[in-house]
Design a protein around this ligand. Structure first.
Ligand SMILES: [Mn+2]
Length: 346
């Protein structure tokens, strides 16, 4: 059983050591992967490919819907397998990045203990089962951690990888403005010279499907404000990451300190919470909002959760959504008799 570590020296040697004699490594991102998860997987893949004979594939679960993330994959020609088409037992080593065993926001079969775990989220007990785990720390992105391995091992970083890594750090730390440490700053500075910046700009400002605008208009109409919290139930969404995007966006409203956006995709309720309240922890709060049937994770300023709705009819789903809002407002000590008001009504 490996000790969970977060020190710099010797880390990459120890990581590579656990792959001794392994033929194939599967690196798995979290479900509905974000740029940080994808870039971390790419970086780890290069580390392993340049220093060992192990063959490496990358897979993800869920759905990649956000236009920026789709543009990243298309423009950088990133090769990803879908977890449903992968037989994990064909691999003699597995890694998870930007998530951990036990987090349940990934598609690693339950009977597989990952060989390697690299993640910046708070350590989970299950990660101690991995032969190599580097979890936690105050890193703003997992990509920053992976870059430290690449630099320490003098792994060659071509322009495509540099661009992916740069975007991974940039987006997860929101341009270093959110929960970033010195290492994130160093990573950003290091990568900016070799990243293709016009391409990064193209990724950040992609063409979007027209239903995106419909979803936005609908969301702003539906958003309700309770004291300093804003809540929106988006109903059925064409991509689950709309919830994350909208909770980010709604937090920008004047006087708002908390936001919650939720929506339904493929029979799952997705909930996304953001806060600018530095004294509270969004990751802890979301655990109070979601029932045991769901799975939740997150840290200081941001958290996400997902709850299966299979078997629930329209009425039960409505009730589930109403309960989430109720628990959210209760956790924020908003009195139950406070009537919400429309975000956009003047
Ligand atoms: Mn991350």
């Amino acid at each position: 059983m490996a000790k969970v570590i977060s020190i710099t020296s010797g880390r990459f040697e120890r990581l590579l050591k656990v792959l001794d004699g392994k033929r194939r490594l599967m690196i798995l991102t979290h479900d509905n992967p974000d740029p940080d998860s994808i870039a971390s997987a790419m970086g780890l893949q290069q580390l392993v490919q340049q220093h060992t004979r192990t063959k490496v594939d990358i897979a993800y679960g869920g759905y990649i819907g956000r236009a920026e993330n789709r543009a990243m994959i298309r423009l950088l020609k990133i090769d990803l397998l879908h977890a449903t088409r992968v037989d994990f037992h064909e691999y003699d080593a597995t890694a998870v990045v930007d998530t951990q065993p036990g987090a349940r926001n990934h598609s690693l079969p339950l009977d597989i203990t990952p060989t390697i775990v690299v993640d910046h989220h708070p350590p989970r007990e299950e990660s101690e089962q991995a032969e190599f785990a580097d979890v936690g720390g105050d890193y703003g992105s997992t990509t920053t951690k992976v870059l430290e391995y690449l630099r320490a091992s003098q792994t060659k970083i071509d322009e495509t990888l540099a661009t992916a890594l740069f975007y991974g750090v940039k987006s997860d730390t929101r341009d270093l403005g959110r929960e970033s440490n010195q290492a994130d700053f160093d990573a950003y500075r290091f990568l900016i010279d070799s990243a293709d910046l016009p391409l990064v700009s193209e990724i950040e400002h992609p063409q979007v499907p027209r239903e995106y605008f419909r979803a936005m208009v609908e969301a702003f109409k539906r958003a309700r404000v309770y004291d300093s919290a804003v809540v929106v139930n988006l109903g059925e969404v064409y991509t689950p990451d709309l919830c994350a995007e909208l909770s980010d966006r709604l937090l920008q409203a004047d006087g708002i300190r908390w936001s919650l956006a939720m929506g339904v995709h493929a029979n799952q309720l997705y909930v996304s919470i953001r806060t600018r309240d530095k004294r509270r922890n969004a990751g802890k709060l979301i655990a109070e909002v979601i029932t045991e049937r769901g799975m939740a994770g997150g840290h200081g300023a941001m958290a996400g959760a997902r709850q299966p709705l299979i078997g629930q009819g329209a009425r039960a789903r409505k009730q589930t959504a109403a309960d989430v809002i109720k628990r959210f407002l209760k956790a924020l000590d908003v009195p139950a008799d406070v009537e919400g008001e429309s975000l956009i009504a003047s």
